[in-house]
Every structure is written in structure tokens, then in C-alpha cells.
Design a protein around this ligand. Structure first.
Ligand SMILES: [Zn+2]
Ligand SMILES: [Zn+2]
Length: 192
């Protein structure tokens, strides 16, 4: 996998697995391929469970909103998984950097690229550019999706248009005192 200078694809893959973990190892492998990772690892029966744990640890970074704490957690994870950067040229990808030793299993490689990729993402784009969907901050809202903010202005707060709209409707109701509960946008009063 190419970790581009922004670490973007590694972080987006981690978020994708966190938001929707595939059932089996092959599902994880397929997902990783769609994010540009060549998956030439020898499969083991623990791959799915260990990947789930890697994501669990990564979510602690997502939920650490204090930059100091966020950095400390990432430093721990990089120390545990990442190796000296290594120049490699495989599978016609062209020369690129690996941040891990060769011949590691899939979960170990995930831990290395997710931690290094997230560190690159946060240091190049901003330490606050990772979190949970803001819709979930409202009481009773179920969304816990991870949001990786790769936008130009750095103001992405919602995981989806749907969540942004739902939160906007709630704000509108709070302002106007309109009754809630039918899940629809407030209607204009009829004029006839
Ligand atoms: Zn590679
Ligand atoms: Zn959401």
C-alpha cells in the first residue's frame, strides 16, 4: 500500500472497518483491496479477531479528543507495530515506503499502517481531523460512526448527508419549538 504523504487511505480504511466490520477474513481482505492495499499475507485463523482488536485500539485514538492523549496513544501503537521506514518496490506499485518489517501477518500490518497513517493524517491536516459523527452527540441519536476529515476546509462534522440533515432538523425544531417525532422536515404552514 502507498501511504501517501497525508496517510489518507490508511485512515479511511481503518474508519471503514470500524464503521462496518466485515464478517470474515475474506471480507476484510476485499475491503483493504478497495483502499489500494495489496493483500499478499499468509492467512491465519486469528486474522479476523486480531484485526477487530487492532480496530478497537485504534478507536481509542479516535475517542481521545485531547491532542496530548491522542498523540500518546498513537506513539504507543507505533512503538508496538511500526518499524524503520523501508523502501520497497513490489507488485508494480513503484517505489514506496513500508513502515513495518517484511513477512508480517495481516493484523500486524494493519496496526502499523493505521497508526503511522493516522499520525501522518493528523500532523499534516490537523490533530482534530478525526472523531465521531456529531449527530451522535444529541441525546438518543444512535450514530457512532467515525469521521475522518479530509475536506479542504476541515469542517466535516457528520458521517453522512443523512446525519447532517437529521441534526439540522433537530436544531430547527429546537429553535421553533415545532413538535418532533414524525421524522420529517418541518412543513411550511399552509396559506389557503
Ligand atoms: Zn507496499
Ligand atoms: Zn452519522
Amino acid at each position: 500500500m502507498h501511504l501517501n504523504p497525508y496517510g489518507e487511505y490508511a485512515v479511511l480504511l481503518a474508519a471503514s472497518l470500524a464503521n462496518d466490520m466485515p464478517e470474515g477474513r475474506s471480507g476484510i481482505e476485499e475491503r483493504a483491496r478497495t483502499f489500494g492495499m495489496t493483500m499478499d499475507f499468509i492467512p491465519t485463523p486469528e486474522d479476523h479477531e486480531l484485526t477487530r482488536r487492532v480496530i478497537e485500539d485504534w478507536l481509542r485514538v479516535v475517542d481521545a479528543t485531547d491532542p496530548q492523549e491522542r498523540a500518546a496513544l498513537l506513539n504507543q501503537q507505533m512503538a508496538a507495530a511500526a518499524a524503520y521506514p523501508r523502501l520497497v518496490d513490489h507488485d508494480d506499485e513503484g517505489w514506496h515506503l513500508h513502515y513495518r518489517d517484511t513477512n508480517q501477518g495481516m493484523p500486524h500490518v494493519f496496526r502499523a499502517i493505521f497508526s503511522v497513517g493516522t499520525a501522518l493524517h493528523l500532523t499534516t491536516r490537523g490533530m482534530h481531523r478525526l472523531g465521531r459523527c456529531a449527530a451522535g452527540e444529541d441525546p438518543g441519536d444512535p450514530c457512532r460512526a467515525v469521521v475522518v476529515d479530509v475536506t479542504r476546509n476541515g469542517r466535516q462534522r457528520y458521517c453522512s448527508v443523512r446525519c447532517a440533515n437529521r441534526a439540522a432538523v433537530r436544531r430547527h425544531r429546537a429553535r421553533t419549538g415545532a413538535p418532533s417525532g414524525n421524522g420529517q422536515k418541518p412543513q411550511r404552514p399552509s396559506v389557503n
